[in-house]
Design a protein around this ligand. Sequence first.
Ligand code: KIV
Ligand code: NA
Length: 268
Amino acid sequence: MRANDIRAKAGEEPVTMLTAYDAPTATVVEEAGVDIALVGDSVGNLRLGHDSTLPVTVEEIASRTAAVARATADVFVLADMPFLSYGADEAEAIQNCGRMVKEAGADGVKLESGPHTVDLTRRLTQLGIPVQAHLGLTPQRENETGLFRQGTDEESATEIVELAQAHEEAGAFSLVLEHVPANLGAAVTDALDIPTIGIGAGPDCDGQVLTVDEVIGLSEDVAPFSKRFGDVREEMASAIEGYVDAVEDGTFPADEHSYVEDELDDLY
Ligand code: KIV
Ligand code: NA
């Protein structure tokens, strides 16, 4: 899957995108037919015990991107660039984004977008690093905005539409829209040729994205705009409790889990 294949789906076929942070999850995500596996900075909250995405490092995203890329063949592997790894200095941003492609095996990068990412999106695209834009709620700015729905009045909705068009013009191959009113999701989708991929942005986007931890029911909490499609947490709890009980009551290990070396019988 290439950026152009994703681009071509706009208005034709729904784009499916889901996070993946490790090799085994990535194989399941790929086998289920997901188009884009996002190595999201949500790994900070969901897997690393942080209470925001802000502490996530370039190393952490690079290492997990490499794991996802090694485990998959066709799914588009998208590295989510962490807080302050882009946007301050262009050369440093290009180096950080380039590392995801050159060293980790990503097929593209996602940047939480704003006025400061239009030129960077153009430059990266020219260099051959596909860029997915991200507007609406951009959690890396949570200390500025809070984690609330964005684009709820005319001025902020207009700003999102204009920034979406600016990023499309700069070469972005798709755009995530997070936590905006459904009618704004529809309006941005109408205004663009590239696919919009919504999370809490209503049913009219060209595609949808969620975190895999919410979808499989691994995380304890589920955002109101997200949905659990399974209960992996319950499965994990019952397996782990089963193991603890079996060790405590002596039923594990059983004979079939052990090996006796006859030669040692004479010695001990
Ligand atoms: O990090 C993430 O999981 C994301 C998606 C929710 C779009 O950015
Ligand atoms: Na993210």
